[in-house]
Write a protein that binds this ligand. Structure first.
Ligand code: ATP
Ligand code: MG
Length: 448
């Protein structure tokens, strides 16, 4: 059983009274509320100048335009949004003609990216209800006519009620179509519409539920939480490249540890990192290692240090890699060959679920390969390890391994001291050139 504190149980039990008496309906007409400026906390001060520029220009050209999604939600929660999404009744072509610094992206559903140097504001046209005709249509005018809709329809096809809040700079009001404000007050994440249907439409919403609840410290409303474990196998239908993007968002936004626990408890980890999930149950020290790495990553993010998405994947696949290498060893291969052969195997197995771009799989290989080299502290090898571009990551990896494996303490401490020591100390730390062991002694002369 997982030694981690039960995050999911916490979701179920957090303020139980808050989830009762939920009269908020998700049908559009019944729950539309316009909240005037004096009754909400969204201020233009909290919105980036570029997002405001886009909103004003669209309004000036006669279109409706709203800030939506995380941008509004996070401000209402007193947080700083990481990006600002805008939605409008202007078509992509109309948006494009208003902004010279823009480009249309996407094929089935077009979006417009408006570039302000490195800052990109994404603008989407109100989207119509997902219906099977749209799903089946391949291309052409009919599809396009059906894809764009009204703001009410746009709200209904968003995932959670708290993500369907629209802020207008025309009158600074917030439009709430699905009861998102009530849910925000209750600090709960609730799926718009029937949760099971919405997860079946797009299984990534299960990951978004976990990620957003964890990131924003919201409870997941019981009906929204309930189908997840049963539907977790749907994750297999999601393209591996999209899952890599979700992996990044889940683990590189500062709440990786909590997210990991929740994914594990809901059965989602098994669908993302199956080899990891299986071995976690069998190896307490592997769990300790992962726990330490996630905690360390969250701390790095909190103090604005860089984190490479490759590092945690290297951690998650470490025990599976060792197991595979041991299997090959029992078949007669020497450990080094078995270890290096298993690296490629593990990476390609994992890529069936979450595709790992080559620039990251190369980093993972380096981190792993250096685990073999770090304990060998002889002569020139030490200098080539120290100057390796991945030394720092590999050393951090070793330090984390040492937390669950005391036999690595000595070598980890040695590297801690060695890398920062002056040249003289470093020389003194290196083993002296001893006579090579096993050198054949000359036969004493004249004995025959
Ligand atoms: P953050 O940007 O903080 O990670 P977000 O909710 O803004 O969170 P985005 O990926 O930027 O996430 O999406 C913007 C908005 O688009 C969401 O708030 C939601 O309304 C909608 N959305 C995103 N993904 C989905 C999805 N899979 N299904 C339905 N709506 C979605
Ligand atoms: Mg966003």
């Amino acid at each position: 059983m997982s030694a981690f504190f039960s995050t999911v149980k916490q979701w179920f039990t957090r303020s139980p009274h808050e989830t009762r008496n939920t009269n908020t309906k998700t049908t559009m007409t019944e729950s539309k509320h316009i909240i005037t400026r004096d009754q909400h906390s969204v201020s233009r001060k909290d919105i980036s100048d570029n997002a405001l520029k886009v909103l004003y220009r669209l309004n000036k050209a006669g279109y409706d335009a709203f800030l939506v999604g995380g941008g509004v939600r996070d401000i209402l929660l007193g947080l700083h949004p990481k990006d600002f999404d805008i939605t409008t009744n202007a078509t992509p072509e109309q948006i494009r003609s208003l902004f010279r610094n823009s480009r249309i992206i996407g094929r089935r559903f077009k979006l417009v990216h408006i570039m302000f140097g490195r800052d990109i504001i994404e603008v989407a046209t109100f989207r119509a209800h997902c219906d099977s005709n749209i799903e089946q249509a391949k291309e052409g005018m009919i599809l396009r006519d059906n894809v764009y809709g009204t703001i009410e329809e746009d709200a209904e096809r968003r995932d959670f009620t708290v993500n369907a809040l629209y802020y207008s700079v025309k009158d600074f009001s917030v439009h709430d179509y699905c009861g998102g404000l009530t849910d925000l007050r209750k600090r709960q994440l609730r799926m718009i519409g029937d949760p099971e249907t919405r997860y079946r439409e797009d299984p990534v919403r299960m990951l978004r539920a976990v990620r957003l609840a964890t990131k924003l410290n919201l409870s997941i409303e019981p009906k929204t939480l309930e189908p997840i474990t049963k539907l977790a196998p749907l994750m297999e239908q999601v393209p591996a490249a999209r899952l890599f993007e979700e992996y990044r968002k889940m683990f590189l936004s500062g709440k990786g540890e909590d997210t990991f626990k929740a994914l594990q408890e809901l059965g989602l980890l098994q669908k993302l990192f199956p080899a990891t999930d299986t071995l976690l149950a069998e190896h307490q020290d592997f769990e300790t290692f992962i726990h330490a790495a996630l905690e360390n990553t969250d701390k790095r993010i909190a103090s604005d240090n860089t984190v490479n998405p490759a590092f945690l994947i290297a951690v998650f696949l470490w025990q599976p890699l060792l197991e595979r290498a041991h299997q090959l060893e029992t078949k007669g291969m020497n450990f080094n060959d078995a270890f290096f052969k298993s690296m490629g195997y593990m990476l390609s197995e994992q890529s069936r679920y979450i595709s790992i771009p080559k620039r990251y799989s190369l980093v993972i290989r380096d981190i792993w390969a250096l685990q073999v080299r770090l304990p060998q502290r002889f002569g020139k090898k030490v200098w080539s390890v120290l100057s390796h571009p991945r030394f720092r990551a590999a050393y951090d990896f070793l330090m984390l391994r040492a937390e669950s494996d005391p036999s690595l303490r000595e070598v980890a401490d040695w590297w801690t001291k060695f890398q920062d020591a002056d040249k003289a100390t470093q020389q003194a730390m290196l083993p002296k050139n001893k006579r090579r062991k096993g050198k054949r002694r000359r036969k004493p002369k004249g004995n025959d």
